[in-house]
Design a protein around this ligand. Structure first.
Ligand SMILES: [Zn+2]
Length: 423
């Protein structure tokens, strides 16, 4: 015989189970102050979430809210698509903590991956729900493992697009050491026809979503940027990658390496420090995007002793500003990608703040970080607040299209309809 207490317990268990199964189907209605939909700021919009998708988004009097939908009030907040970071290294940490060479040579793989786990969470909490990671810099295929662990729900982090080890030309990349030594490099060396085909395919087979190649490096006379691969070599890598349904991203600072990369068919150019008008025009014509990584240059110069706001601007910063402004003028698609890892993960917005400081409007910067990068990275299921897209959404205090630093005030993070930071 069950006593009353047991009956109550059983009943409450049944009710609990029922309400749980209802919750799994539950619709969620977000009512923010404003919505930035990826293109424009919208007033009086609501967003309905069902499962991992946006079921509806629009003016509150036009969106049918199902009975029993859970309503989440976000008064005074701006709701926008989760940000898409275009250039990170989750397996690196800031160079003023440990120089790059020492990270590559002396840190164990275990330590580096442990750091990567922490970095992934910080990145997500900063409102980055998708991130393209551009090379493990000596940490093998750790990025593939991080991506897997995030997808399986083992650790929190952004949706990752990974490149594994990246490809460099023999003799070009670091660490070097004494000429008698053959130190392990921060990326995988490959040269010439057969070798490049094999290494490109090998990285793809081990999990690369994009193939990253260093089209130049500081190996010219006096440490200047000079091309590392011939145009034919670059074209070969692009052919092999594209055959497999993947794009190529090129590290390139010198005009010649940018030109060769664009002609070879790469999709994005990273850094582009020395880009001139002519090569930027070529990029615009071929719809090749520039990830300017202005925050990395800003951080590195400060690590070298530049006191920003006190000392005059170093030549490298002046050059960076000039090439960035030229790129804007010429109409090159600008990717939001800061080379995070050089500076702290979670501080990704630093790149957007500097893009604005260098001449971009805050509106254009927020577009770059949402719908812009979704277009550049060909992610047609995200980057906008629109019916049918992934429910990757964040809420911030203030209006980032007026003040870009509002993106630092992230009070809600949702990825695939799940709250990682609750408002
Ligand atoms: Zn990088």
């Amino acid at each position: 015989m069950m006593n009353a207490r047991t009956v109550m317990l059983v009943l409450s268990l049944i009710v609990g189970l029922l309400s749980h199964s209802v919750n799994a189907q539950e619709a969620l209605l977000l009512r923010p102050g404003k919505v930035f939909d990826g293109t424009e700021m919208r007033d009086a919009w609501v967003v309905l979430i069902r499962g991992d998708r946006i079921a509806a988004a629009g003016p509150y009097d036009q969106v049918q809210s199902p009975r029993g939908a859970r309503i989440v009030e976000l008064p005074g907040l701006t709701l926008l698509p989760g940000l898409i970071e275009g250039h990170s290294h989750l397996l690196l940490h800031p160079y003023d903590e440990t120089p790059w060479t020492d990270q590559v040579l002396y840190e164990s793989l275990g330590q580096r991956i442990a750091r990567g786990v922490v970095h992934a969470e910080k990145t997500l909490m900063a409102g980055i729900t998708t991130e393209r990671d551009l090379g493990t810099e000596g940490a093998g295929y750790g990025d593939v493992g991080l991506k897997e662990a995030i997808e399986l729900g083992v650790i929190p982090g952004p949706r990752l697009i990974v490149t594994t080890r990246a490809i460099v030309a023999t003799g070009s990349y670091n660490p070097k050491g004494a000429p008698e030594l053959s130190l392990p490099k921060g990326a995988e060396e490959a040269d010439g026809h057969d070798d490049l085909i094999r290494i490109t395919r090998d990285q793809i087979g081990r999990g690369a979503d994009w193939v990253k190649i260093y089209a130049d490096y500081r190996w010219g006379p006096g440490g200047t940027n000079r091309p590392s691969f011939t145009e034919q070599e670059l074209r070969l890598v692009v052919d092999v990658a594209e055959s497999s349904g993947r794009h190529v991203v090129a590290h390139a600072n010198s005009v010649e390496a940018i030109r060769r990369s664009v002609m070879a068919g790469v999709k994005t150019i990273e850094h582009g420090d020395e880009a001139d008008r002519e090569v930027l025009q070529l990029m615009a014509e071929r719809d090749v995007a520039l990830c300017p990584t202005v925050a990395a240059s800003d951080a590195i110069m400060q690590y070298r002793g530049w006191r920003k706001g006190v000392d005059s601007e170093p030549e490298r910063i002046r050059q960076k500003k000039a090439s960035f402004r030229l790129a804007l003028e010429v109409g090159v698609p600008i990717c939001f990608g800061g080379d995070v890892g050089v500076f702290a993960h979670g501080d990704n917005v630093r790149e957007l703040e500097l893009m604005v400081e260098y001449g971009m409007t805050p509106l254009a910067a927020v577009r770059a970080a949402t719908s812009g990068n979704a277009t550049i990275l060909e992610l047609d299921d995200r980057g906008e607040v629109r019916e049918g897209l992934l429910a990757d959404l964040i809420a911030v205090r203030g209006d980032p299209t007026a003040n870009i630093s509002a993106l630092r005030e992230v009070v809600m993070v949702m990825k695939g309809g799940v709250f990682y930071k609750s408002p």
